[in-house]
Design a protein around this ligand. Structure first.
Ligand code: CTP
Ligand code: CA
Length: 224
């Protein structure tokens, strides 16, 4: 057993992972959400735990099952709740991986009663949410900070811009173009971009194997 423990590469490492969508309330029965399933982030959390890490998973509304009992799961609904949960633990972690599909905008007002059907159009004013990842980039010290980027055009250029702007060590570019990639399925195709601009593309794989690729890359960087 002691021998096995020695080989666990993330032993004694604290990892924070955000995953899933956020739901932004419009009224007591409606929300603005997105199609993120949370599968990619949960796969990273499970794999990190297997590799010996102490994992906190801040998870938006998602029905993906979590099997590893050692993972501390903090369930949140909105971008604002996710922001609060992240900052409860961010200072203490060694690695933070932000895979959540956070809403960029939320209704400026939440109606206290269910909105009734009236005119032929309805306008809802939206306001920006806080950028959780950027806020972590601003205060990071020892943390190895990883973001995700979902792009449909100028993918690499935009991913690199996000990496710089948010002060990241690594960004995971999610390809929506390729078959087998994206939000809902069990497979994904990613390209890793390091802060020194090194680009590492991967093939389409199961989300579990993509999780392994991402974590192995991080482990190599941390030990370098
Ligand atoms: N992110 C976050 N908080 C937000 C928005 C995004 O933490 N309010 C994080 C995501 O979890 C992801 C990264 O920022 O790791 C990039 O998200 P993405 O939606 O690709 O980029 P944005 O910066 O929101 O820019 P845009 O949607 O305009 O491309
Ligand atoms: Ca966004």
């Amino acid at each position: 057993k002691a021998e096995i423990l020695k080989t666990l590469p993330l032993r004694n490492k604290k990892i924070l992972i955000t995953a899933g969508p956020t739901y932004e309330a419009i009224d007591p029965v409606r929300f603005i959400g997105n199609h993120s399933s949370g599968k990619m982030g949960v796969a990273i959390a499970e794999k990190a735990a297997l590799l010996g890490a102490e994992v906190t998973l801040v998870l938006g509304p998602s029905s993906v099952p979590i099997s590893d009992k050692s993972i501390e799961v903090v369930r949140v609904i909105s971008a604002n709740e996710m922001y609060e949960a992240v900052h409860q633990v961010f200072e203490q972690v060694d690695i933070a991986i932000f895979s959540a599909a956070v809403a960029d905008y939320r209704p400026a007002q939440i109606a206290t009663e269910k909105i009734k059907k009236k005119e032929s159009t309805l306008t809802i004013t939206l306001e920006k949410t806080k950028d959780i990842l950027a806020s972590a980039g601003l205060i990071k010290k020892q943390q190895f900070l990883v973001g995700f980027a979902l792009e449909t055009q100028n993918e690499l250029t935009n991913a690199k811009k996000k990496l710089e702007k948010k002060n990241l060590d690594l960004i995971v570019l999610n390809s929506l173009r390729d078959k087998g990639a994206g939000f809902k399925g069990d497979t994904n195709k990613v390209t890793l971009v390091d802060k020194d601009n090194k680009v590492t593309p991967f093939e389409v794989k199961s989300k579990a194997d993509v999780a392994t690729d991402i974590l192995e890359h991080i482990i190599t960087k941390i030990h370098a």
